[in-house]
Design a protein around this ligand. Structure first.
Ligand code: ASP
Length: 331
């Protein structure tokens, strides 16, 4: 047996593993998505108990920074952190120093000085979460960056579909409407394709990006294409992201008439989803939105447990697997 030489490198402590973030669906594998869904399921069970708080993230700090309006995403992240006993702080751009012209980088450095464990950020600029990840030591979760990504929305949508159909693989999902400006669509297409679903995008040609089929989906311009789908997912018309003066559709009334998701266009058994906020009467008919076949309220509930799963997963950094519920509390 030859002599063993100790190299200088062997004496150096190993590098800390890279910080884990959840910025894009591209950051995760199918196995990781499955793991997050299983963890969320465990948390859903824990919420059935009378006392809903778990001690899991006690002493951790989660900061939510929202530079764009939000109801569902911001409230669910805040409640998710609270249900796991983390300390939380929520910052909105209006009323903060962002109003005074502070840059994203300076805001992030300021918040980073409190040593947060997680920063959840929503920002109109694509790539904003990467800036935060570069200048702080926190785990970063993207709660929506411009029209780019909204990975936790995709996760909650997967969870809702899986709870309803008991599978995702092999299902057919039609995503209808303003795909061009939708971060929800971009994340969801990637996540569904990764999980083995068949995805059809439906909408006016002006709102379906050219070449999007490269993401593994197909595209159609006639609303009749939703007939074959198990799930019809309506997107909001993202007027705030549309270029001024550009006429993507002749009018909202015309859009509703040609691409609105109405009861007459659905067949029994199809499930309808929408990320919210809804423009009732534009992309979705109020009768459809309020029908028991709509999963929209279930999506909101799924938002809480899937965001608990993401915070837990990032902060416990290890394969969570399907552990008994009690171990989640004890971690
Ligand atoms: N709430 C979702 C988002 O922030 C969808 C939407 O606004 O239409 O992207």
């Amino acid at each position: 047996m030859g002599e063993i030489h100790v190299m200088r490198e062997d004496l150096r402590p190993p590098d800390a593993p890279p910080k884990r973030h959840f910025i894009s669906i591209r950051d995760v594998s199918r196995d990781e998505l499955e793991r997050l869904l299983a963890t969320a399921r465990q948390f859903e069970r824990s919420l059935e108990r009378e006392v809903k708080k778990l001690p899991t993230l006690k002493g951790r700090l989660v900061i939510n920074v929202f530079f764009e309006s939000s109801t569902r995403t911001s409230s669910s992240f805040e409640l998710a952190a609270k249900r796991l006993s983390a300390d939380t702080m929520s910052i909105k751009s209006s009323g903060s120093s962002v109003d005074k012209g502070e840059s994203l980088k300076d805001t992030a450095i300021t918040l980073g000085a409190y040593d947060p464990d997680v920063i959840v950020i929503r920002h109109p600029q694509i790539g904003a979460p990467h800036v935060v990840a570069r200048v702080t030591t926190a785990h970063v979760v993207n709660a929506g960056d411009g029209k780019h990504q909204h990975p936790t929305q995709a996760l909650l949508d997967l969870y809702t579909i899986k709870e309803e159909f008991d599978r995702i693989d092999g299902l057919h999902v039609a995503i209808v409407g303003d795909v061009l400006h939708s971060r929800v669509a971009r994340s969801l297409i990637q996540a569904l394709v990764m999980m083995g679903a068949h995805v059809t995008l439906v909408g006016p040609p002006t709102l379906i990006p050219r070449g999007i089929e490269a993401m593994g989906c197909e595209a159609a311009t006639e609303i009749g294409a939703i007939a074959a789908a198990d799930v019809v997912y309506a997107l909001r018309m993202q007027r705030e992201r549309m270029e001024e003066g550009a006429n993507y559709v002749p009018s909202l009334r015309e859009y509703a008439a040609r691409w609105g998701v109405t009861a007459a266009r659905l067949r029994p058994g199809q499930r309808v989803m929408h990320p919210g906020p809804m423009n009732r009467g534009v992309e979705i008919d109020p009768v459809v939105a309020d029908h028991p076949d709509a999963l929209i309220e279930r999506q909101v509930r799924a938002g809480l447990v899937t965001r608990m799963a993401v915070l837990y997963d990032l902060l416990t950094s290890g394969p969570v697997g399907v552990t008994p519920e009690v171990e989640l509390g004890a971690a």
